[in-house]
Design a binder for this molecule. Sequence first.
Ligand code: F6P
Length: 473
Amino acid sequence: MSRTIIVSNRLPLKVFRDDNEQLQFATSEGGLATGLGSVYKKGDNLWIGWPGLAVENDNDRKVVDQQLKAGNMRPVYLTEEEVHEFYEGFSNETLWPIFHYFPSYANFDENHWESYKKVNQKFCDAILEIARPDDTIWVHDYQLLLVPQMLRDQLPQISIGFFQHIPFPSFETFRAIPWRRELLMGLMGADLVGFHTFDDMRHFLSSVSRLAGMKVNQTQVVVGNRTVTVDAFPMGIDFEKYEGMASHPDTLSQEVDYRTSIGKTKVMLSIDRLDYSKGIPNRLKAIEMFFDLNPQYIGEVSLFMIVVPSRDTVPKYRALKEEIDLAVGRINAKIGTVNWKPIHYFYRSFDIHSLSAFYRMADVALVTPMRDGMNLVAKEYVASKLDNKGVLILSEMAGASKELSDSIRINPNDIHQLSDAIRDALEMEVEVQQQHMAVMKQTIKRYNIHHWVKLFLEQLEGIKDDQKTAGAK
Ligand code: F6P
C-alpha cells in the first residue's frame, strides 16, 4: 500500500521541558496540523519534522521517539548550532525577509547557507529511511526548498508535492539571494509546486525562467524529460471548528468575564505572531491617528492587540518587540484615561476558547500585514461571527485579500487610509456588516482546509497517474 508522508520543519507536536526539566508534549492547534490530521494519522501515513527542542541525551530521545511513533510521527533532531544557522539563520534571517519583501533585513551568510543545505539533506535522509518508491511525499515550506530535488535524485519515480506557506517574491527581489539558482533547482524535484495565490505562482515561474533559464509552458516547467506543475491552492481553515468554538460554553463564559471587565466599550482586535511582516507598528500609528482625528471615540472603543511570541532569538524580532512596547506605552500614556485605555496589549498566546471569545466580541478585526502568504486569522474571525455582525479590515498584501473582497481592504503603508477604514468600520450599518460577512463566510466555509488538502493531493495523484500512463505507452 502506498503511503502519504508529510514533511515540514516543525512537527504538529511540540516537545518542551517543564520547570523540573521533564519532557512535555503539546499538540499543535495550528490550521495545518488540523487539516493534515486526516492524512498523517491514517493507516501507515506519517509526518516527519523537528520536535522544536534540542534533545541530546539517548534516554530522552527514546522517550520522544516513542511518543512520536505512537502519533504517526518521526523526528529530525537538530543540534543547537543547526537551530542557530539553519532555522534562525538561513530560514528566518535570509529567506523570510526576502520572501516578505524586507530585503534590507536579509543576512546573506555563507555558513548559514551551508547549514541550510546540510539540514535539508538531513530531512531527505530521514525520508529515505522510511520512504518506498510508490509513496507520496508532501514537503512543506521555505525551510525545505532543497528537499524535493535531493529526494528525486535518490528515488526518481516517487511522487513529490511541495507547498509554500509564505509569499513568493517578485523576480527582482528574489534575485538578491546569492544561492537563488540552487534554491529554484531544489524545487524542480517536485511533481507539483503549490502557492497560496496566483501572484505567488506567477512570481515563481518568472524566477524559474529568468534566473534558472528553465522552459516554462504556462504553468508547467520543463526539466529534462520531466515536467513540474505549478498551481495556486489558497489555504482554508477548519470552518466547522471555529464556528463550533464560537458557541462552546467555555467560550461564552470567557466572553462574560471579559465583558464584565470592559463594560460596553467597543472592541477592535488584532492577533499576530511577533513579526515585522505583520505590520504592527503601522497599525499602531493608524490607531493613534484615528483617535487624534476622531476624539469622540476616546473612551468608547479599544484595540485588543494579541502578539504571540515568536523567533525571539532573531535580532530583528527582539528589536520589533521593543518598538511595539514603546509605541503602545506612548499611545496609552497620551490618551488613556483613569478607566479606559486605547490599547490592551498582550504578549503571549491564548487558548482557543479565549481567542474565540475575542473573535465574538470584536466589532472590528484589524488584519493589516505588510505581507502575508495567506493569513488565517482573517478567516477565523469571519467563521466565528455567528450573527454575521462585525467588520474585517484586511491588508491587500495578505493572500486572504484575494478571496475576501467583502472586507475593507487597505494598503498597510497608507496610515491615513487605515485610520479612515477604522472609522468607517465602526460606523457601518449592521445590515451592511451582515451582508459582507455572509458573503465571506460562504467562501470560507466552502474552501476550507479539508478542501485544500483534497485538492492538492488529488492533483498530485492525477499528475502521477498521467506520468504512469505516459510511461506505459
Ligand atoms: O507562516 C510560515 C510559518 O512557518 C508557519 O508554518 C508557522 O506557524 C509560522 O511561520 C511560525 O514559524 P516558526 O515558529 O516555526 O518559525
